[in-house]
Design a protein around this ligand. Sequence first.
Ligand code: ADP
Ligand code: MG
Length: 485
Amino acid sequence: MTIAGKYEVVIGLEVHAQLQTASKLFSGDSASFGASPNTHISPITMGHPGVLPRTNRKAIEYAVKMGLACHCEIEEDNYFARKNYFYPDLPKGYQVTQHTTPVCKGGYVTINTPTGKKNIQLNRIHLEEDAGKSIHDLDENYTCIDLNRAGVPLIEIVTEPVLQSSEEAWQYVTVLRKLVKWIGVCDGNMEEGSLRCDANISIRLQGEKKLGTRVEVKNLNSIRNVKKAIDYEVERMIAIVESGGTIIQQTRSFDAGNDTTFALRDKEEANDYRYFADPDLPPFHLTKDFIKTMQVSLPSLPEQLATQYQQEFGLSEYDAAQLCDEKATADYFESVTHFCKNYKAVANWMLGPIREYLNGNNFSFDQLSLHPEVLAELIKLVEEGQLNFSVASSRILPSLINGKRSPLQVAEEMDLLQVSDSTELEIWVNEAIRSMPDKVAEYKKGKKNLIGLFVGEVKKISKGKADPRSVKTLLEQKLDENTII
Ligand code: ADP
Ligand code: MG
């Protein structure tokens, strides 16, 4: 058995997702990213004496939506607690969080693994406020503090220790990121810190029931770094155990410069945060009606939709998954299907030439300026043989995007409509046959696959305007029936 095969990896992830609300969790301060430092800081954010925070209803709605999307049980009676500790970027001296009553309990997120689908069990999703930001590398002598982020609403999504490899962790964060964006509760932007992940990692001998001692790698800000940090830690831990050492419980940080982790602190047994219910914030009760309203407001989730596309529209698993990669893509697909029932063609157009155009411009489908009805018309012209696909996608499509004319108008103006009128076709076909007498002779001797060559010649002569299906029929007729010229 390999050394790595001797051990089993156990991972639990804590993901912080910044909720996409306009204002902070307990004040009207803007929650937007990127403003000048310390401009979104009212006395409430600063925790001045005598201020009265109020809970942002939208943040609660978003947390509940996320819980429902993850099949959690929603807690009806909730309160906020103060988690007391001192840190320069925590102006109040405590963080408001949910201590014993997370708004969402249990639940799961489904991921794909090489051996099939796997439900990753969640422990909880709770609401809390973010802290400010300490900036250590701006000034030589001082740490700078930006409190714009203090009080911004977060949900923390905590898994049970059930992930078994860095690949599974990668999959899980990928699915979670897609989900928060899909239901519109978080923009999923990891570079801006809207989604951050702490990875708890331990190893144990295969078959061992007890969990090993874990380390926690903090603040991973990309999916790739989540995987790299886990890979590094697993290797480090195995090396320690193999050389007879003991793993100590630590909080560690990832160094993206060389893909390693380093110790921040040994984990104190249990911090005494002196939690107590925040006396300034009344408990909040969620009625069954409210929860039902949230449930109804959820869009169909990506997996559900992908299955529906396969069953109702006859799409392949691959196409369906691609169309459900982002909500904007699925929405666009559905709007085109209102005008065009050739679902496979719609998928082909969207996942082929249109996606190529969007990728080239770094756009997503909600930034595509092509009315779904216009795309449907274009597809119809190809179906009817008036345009061939390659001309339609390479020449007509670019002038339709951002344009105001219909596909037919553009095709007429550019003189690209295919000709299936038989007199004109016959002239081209005759010309092609006449230009290749030796090939005609070979064809007649039985080399029937030369037909492609003749079709190609007609295409050239007609500058792509001859409808290849009619051309082929006509060519066969003429060559086989000896009615040339
Ligand atoms: P804390 O709040 O101190 O970070 P929790 O008990 O809430 O601790 O656990 C945090 C995360 O760590 C959870 O995702 C949990 O599944 C995971 N976890 C706990 N113990 C282990 C372990 N031995 N190995 C891997 N992950 C673990
Ligand atoms: Mg933790």
